[in-house]
Design a binder for this molecule. Structure first.
Ligand code: NAP
Length: 518
């Protein structure tokens, strides 16, 4: 790099990321999803001398709100207005395309900042650890969600939706319900959402949904009857999605609002076996103790007793399968290397104390044939070098958000100035709002530690903070995307969206995002 180029790049960086106070409390938040943004907001409010830098490996902020929340849930995304105001605060700066662990290490970050809060979530998946898990046609729900939400890392996932009429989703949490709904919902309804264009095009072609009349050529329409007969013979007429849970309807992990939504999806026949609804005294006890579970159970019972509507054209089937755990995946003889089914073991429930029941195998098995499997059994956080990590529970050991050096839980072993928030702190559970309380707790710990001298006070601290980060990124030739870069992406996506009657058209590749942002 020439001296002039270095000068220009430094001037650009310091203009884009300006600071205010000469002795601020230098805070770095890693991750700009709900946990990170709420932490930044609470920190800025609670400490008027705090200067908060947010780094994210993506050029776009908002984490799961952008790449996790379903496209047909726009109301959930409104929170980004509040998060934008946080990022636009004079004491806050956003550094996109800066990756903890490769652009900068954790120890470097801790040397630069008085306080580091890790809120980078859970970007991997729990594995089932059963034979056949690596076959093609098996995806994690996270990958599938990233794909339809235009996450640049899953742009090329290209799940094959054309060569099968059946998808099996393992797990019955809200993510499982999201992916089932996206697979089954009429594409005319999805077309007006911010679903990624490549995903909408693939879903329109999907054989997991009905082949619409309009997509048939005129001569084919005239002989529709024979097409339907042929499709029925090939079992390609009724498209099926199975939602498989290892426990029963009294333990289903989803919530009532999301369940009600999928039960009411247009042109979807719901199948639930009435015998699965039988309740043991232990189930009764569980339902008595959880209002959400009770409501979910009631909705499932109502859907089971109502039964599926009479078959009509364009209808798809959603089967809730209870008391089955995946044992292995089978490989297609026709397409070696590709999944052709799931081998399931029937289960029963066993009490393990404090009202909890777990699934235990019965030794009886059955198979569901399918060409696609989505594993929706939970997300997983991934540690970075030198970060204490509890591999069993997939979280960073912490006390109220203060990182503890090992899993013993000994509060004496606190890592000074290092904190955690969100899924990395408590595991992959909870809705967006849960992160607000989580951030409040972490920020309260930071303030307490500051007050008690466990963090150097801003007047005595020698940490360079933002200036040091800019210098280090500059030395490594890492060109961060400032919040104004994201605003350019946002503006472009909305503009493209307005031409198509959508809230936005997401730029789905790294190349497109960076071209607009920089
Ligand atoms: P989740 O709610 O924890 O559900 C995980 C599912 O996987 C459960 O059905 C679980 O069954 C099953 N499972 C786990 N390990 C398994 C195994 N080895 N074999 C078979 N099944 C297994 O997780 P999630 O659906 O990924 O959701 C994550 C969080 O995000 C949740 O808190 C969820 O509510 C939230 N979320 C909310 C919304 C919304 O509000 N609209 C949307 C999406 C996600 P068991 O119950 O038997 O363990």
């Amino acid at each position: 790099m020439t001296a002039m180029a270095i000068f220009r790049s430094r001037t650009w960086l310091s203009r884009s990321f300006s600071s205010l106070s000469s002795h601020p409390l230098r805070v770095c938040v890693v991750g700009s999803g709900p946990a990170g943004m709420y932490t930044a907001e609470k920190m800025l409010k609670a400490h008027q001398g705090a200067e908060v830098d947010i780094i994210d490996r993506l050029p776009t902020p908002f984490g799961l709100v952008r790449s996790g929340v379903a496209p047909d849930h726009p109301e959930t995304k409104i929170v980004t207005n509040q998060f934008s105001r946080v990022a636009q605060n004079d004491r806050c700066s956003f550094f996109g395309k800066v990756t903890l662990g490769s652009s900068i290490s954790l120890s470097e970050l801790r040397n630069l900042y008085d306080v580091v809060v890790l809120a980078y979530g859970a970007e991997s998946d729990r594995a089932l650890g059963i034979p056949g898990e690596d076959l093609s046609g098996i995806y994690s729900a996270r990958e599938f969600v990233w794909w339809y939400n235009g996450h640049p890392d899953c742009r090329n996932l290209s799940p094959d939706l054309k060569n099968t009429d059946t998808a099996v989703i393992l797990g019955q949490g809200n993510v499982a319900l999201d992916v089932a709904r996206i697979l089954l919902r009429p594409t005319e309804e999805l077309a007006t959402t911010d679903i990624a264009c490549h995903a909408l095009a693939a879903l329109e072609q999907s054989s997991i949904r009905f082949l619409p009349l309009q997509s048939l050529a005129l001569n084919q329409r005239s002989c529709l009857k024979s097409v339907i007969c042929c499709a029925k013979r090939m079992s390609y007429y009724y498209r099926k999605v199975y939602l498989v849970g290892r426990r029963g309807p009294a333990q289903a992990a989803c919530t009532a609002k999301e369940l009600r939504e999928i039960l009411g999806t247009k042109k979807v026949q719901i199948h639930i076996k009435e015998e699965d609804l039988h309740k043991s005294p232990e189930d009764e006890e569980e339902l008595k103790n959880s209002r959400i579970r009770k409501r979910v159970y009631e909705l499932l019972s109502k859907a089971a007793t109502t039964g599926p509507s009479l078959p009509s054209s364009g209808q798809r089937e959603l089967h809730f399968v209870f008391f089955r755990k995946p044992d292995s995946f089978s490989e297609s003889a026709e397409y070696p290397g590709h999944v052709s089914g799931v081998h399931l073991e029937k289960t029963g429930l066993k009490g393990v104390g404090s009202g909890k029941q777990i699934a235990v195998g019965s030794g009886q098995f059955e198979d569901i044939e399918c060409g696609m499997v989505l594993k929706s059994v939970g997300y997983k956080s991934v540690p970075v070098p030198s970060l204490p990590f509890d591999h069993k529970n997939g979280v960073v050991p912490n006390a109220g958000g203060r990182v503890i050096s090992d899993t013993s839980g000994d509060p004496e072993l606190i890592e000074q100035g290092l904190y955690v928030c969100g899924w990395l702190k408590r595991g992959p559970t909870g809705i967006i709002g849960t992160n607000l309380h989580c951030a409040e707790e972490t920020v309260a710990s930071i303030l307490h530690d500051l007050e008690h001298g466990l963090i150097a006070s801003p007047s005595t601290s020698t940490k360079p903070g933002r200036e040091g980060l800019l210098q280090l990124l500059d030395d490594r030739n890492v060109r961060a995307v400032p919040f104004s870069g994201w605003e350019k992406i946002d503006c472009e996506e909305r503009k493209l969206g307005s031409l198509k009657g959508k809230p936005r058209v997401k730029l789905g590749s790294w190349e497109d995002l960076l071209k607009v942002a920089m």
